[in-house]
Write a protein that binds this ligand. Structure first.
Ligand code: N01
Length: 557
């Protein structure tokens, strides 16, 4: 119960992923009474739902962790350099127990409506079971990739086998031994799942619409001396994260460039003044192929000009295609796996473990749905324009209604009952991805217009939740009833978000990614995250707070 009103809490948070979890800790510290509503039966958000075989993180474990507690940093042990889903979920559970978070979370509670009550200045949340809860502040911690996309395919309801989605994988073990399994989709989820599913299935058929750019992931175990060094330097690592464009301390492109060059390159660099950073264009194709031979395809990602120079991007593409042709033994399969429609950097980079090698297995086949279109799902499998594939299990690895999906589905209405979906009819409109005009005292964590999915998520989450907690504290201290952005702040910010994305590979005309909403039929094509970099973004948020929120309209009774 809220101390100030008759509401059920000071703040209701929707979602108990990492954002909702940290919100409990941080809001409690600010003296706020908090209640979290979570659809799942436990904490972890994306790591709770995405349990498919092979699921793991593409940010180093040491960095994909919270920085708010030095004791937690020291105590927690990550078994691998890049963590698998069970280890991240174990971390989420550890935090929940360590900070006694569960007592403020109501599980198995899906929110069906979030409505602003103008007269009472309260947010009223209705759950699917009809329960009604209210609070002065509402925080949507609903995640950027939390609404699975399952494209409609004719006949899908007739399939007599088992249907699964990578983003809603069952908790209990799924035994695929000896079964005929089909996978639709070759994004990050499909690429991670395919090698693991192939090991279990009798036969695996991959239905691919767009070939993926994927490079081998780091698969090292965490060595104790490396872990000790990280832990000794955690304070510096956190500081470096704050200064890095993607919120990752070792992500600086210049460091990557220098670490990916050979030792002779390094000697040459030392000898020559001024020091030149090797690029794809300066090194040339042959030299880069030797680097690939030495260290794998991932070296391509270390070159700065990959994302800025179309010529460099095309050389990287050529090298990429040549190396895929070398790895996949069956020439026809290899040809169909070749990327061609867009360059590196349009879609989220995928990291894999044995993706291409998997196509060399006898029990794996590829159906290229560009030449062999899916026509319908039958009782026993998938019918394409070139034949029928018999299946016992069909796995959708077809991604998410990203960034806006969870918010537009929550039936949010603001002042005078105005739906958020009306405000966002031409794409999401927010100020700093934190608030929307017309929706007072409603906050979004890692909302569209913030770095979110282009940043280390845990860094982005901590920054947003801290900002929101400080903002609510300010409102309380100053006896302010409502806060929402000025219309001009919103429109200036959206213009800036669009400007900084122009001319990048992300928004190239031939690029169709979920960042742009292009994976969802009918969704407005607009680049949703903020690509101007985490430090620049954080400075802007800090400036707003330090100046007393001039970009926002506040009211007091
Ligand atoms: O989803 P996606 P995802 N018929 O949208 C295909 C994060 N993540 O779940 O490209 C046939 O990328 C679609 O084809 P196309 C990460 O940020 C991270 O894999 O649209 N195919 C594509 O191949 C990631 O980017 C990790 O032509 C259809 C696939 O389905 C984000 O989540 C792991 C189709 C969807 O790929 C989303 O990844 C997993 C249709 N009708 C996820 N509809 C890590 O941390 C869609 N497809 C490593």
């Amino acid at each position: 119960m809220s101390k100030d009103t008759n509401a059920d809490a000071d703040v209701i948070v929707v979602g108990a992923g990492f954002a909702g979890m940290y919100a409990i800790y941080r809001f409690r510290k600010a003296g706020l009474n908090v209640k979290v509503l979570e659809a799942g039966s436990d904490v972890g958000g994306t790591w709770y739902w995405n349990r498919y075989p092979g699921a793991r993180c593409d940010v180093p474990s040491i960095e994909y962790s919270f920085g708010f507690s030095p004791e937690l940093e020291q105590d927690w042990h990550w078994p691998e350099v890049f963590s698998a889903q069970p280890d991240i979920l174990a971390y989420a559970n550890h935090i929940t127990e360590r900070f006694d978070l569960r007592r403020d979370i109501q599980f198995n509670t899906r929110v069906s409506a979030v409505e602003y009550q103008d007269e009472q200045n309260l947010w009223r949340l209705t759950t699917e079971t009809g329960e009604i809860l209210s609070a002065k502040y509402c925080v949507m911690a609903t995640g950027c990739l939390s609404v699975p996309n399952r494209p409609h395919i004719d006949g899908e309801e007739t399939f007599k086998g088992r249907t699964l989605h990578t983003g809603l994988w069952p908790k209990e073990q799924v035994d695929l031994t000896g079964l005929r399994v089909g996978v639709i989709g070759t994004g990050s989820s499909g690429v991670q799942a395919i090698p693991e599913l192939a090991k279990q299935a009798g036969h695996l058929t991959v239905f691919q619409r767009t070939p993926v750019y994927t490079v081998p992931a780091n698969r090292k175990a965490m060595r104790s001396e490396i872990e000790a060094t990280f832990k000794e330097n955690y304070a510096d690592i956190r500081e470096m994260q704050q200064k890095n464009i993607g919120g990752v301390s070792n992500f600086s492109p210049s460091r990557i460039n220098s670490s990916e060059t050979t030792s002779s390159d390094k000697r040459n660099e030392k000898a020559s003044e001024p020091r030149s950073v090797p690029t794809i264009m300066t090194l040339g194709k042959k030299a880069i192929q030797s680097l690939i031979d030495e260290r794998g395809l991932g070296v391509l990602l270390g070159f700065r000009d990959l994302l800025t120079d179309p010529g460099a991007n095309e050389i990287a593409n050529e090298l990429y295609r040549e190396n895929v042709l070398r790895q996949v033994k069956d020439k026809d399969t290899a040809e169909h796996l070749l990327t061609e429609e867009f360059g590196f950097g349009c879609k989220r980079q995928v990291l894999d473990r044995d993706y291409y090698e998997t196509y060399n297995r006898d029990n794996v086949s590829l159906v290229d749905v560009r030449n062999s279109a899916i026509q319908c799902i039958t009782e026993t499998g998938i019918e394409t324009s070139t034949g029928h594939t018999e299946l016992d299990v069909l796995v959708y690895a077809t991604g998410f209604d990203a960034m806006t999906g969870a918010l537009t589905r929550a039936n949010i209405t603001g002042r005078q009952g105005k739906p958020l979906t009306d405000k966002w009819v031409s794409g999401p409109v927010t100020y700093l991805g934190l608030q929307m005009q017309g929706f007072p005292n409603l906050f979004t964590v890692t909302g569209p217009g913030s770095p979110s999915v282009l940043c280390n998520m845990l860094v982005a989450i901590e920054q947003h939740v801290n900002w929101i907690a400080d903002c609510i504290t300010h409102l309380r201290d100053k006896h302010i009833d409502t806060i929402e952005p000025l219309a001009s702040s919103e429109s200036d910010w959206i213009q800036h978000v669009n400007e900084v994305s122009e001319g990048t590979m992300y928004t190239a005309p031939n690029c169709n990614s979920w960042y742009l909403g292009a994976n969802i039929e009918g969704k407005t094509r607009i680049f949703m995250p903020y690509v101007g970099g985490y430090p620049r973004y954080k400075t802007k948020c800090d400036e707003e707070a330090e100046a007393g929120y001039p970009g926002f309209q506040c009211t007091s009774s």
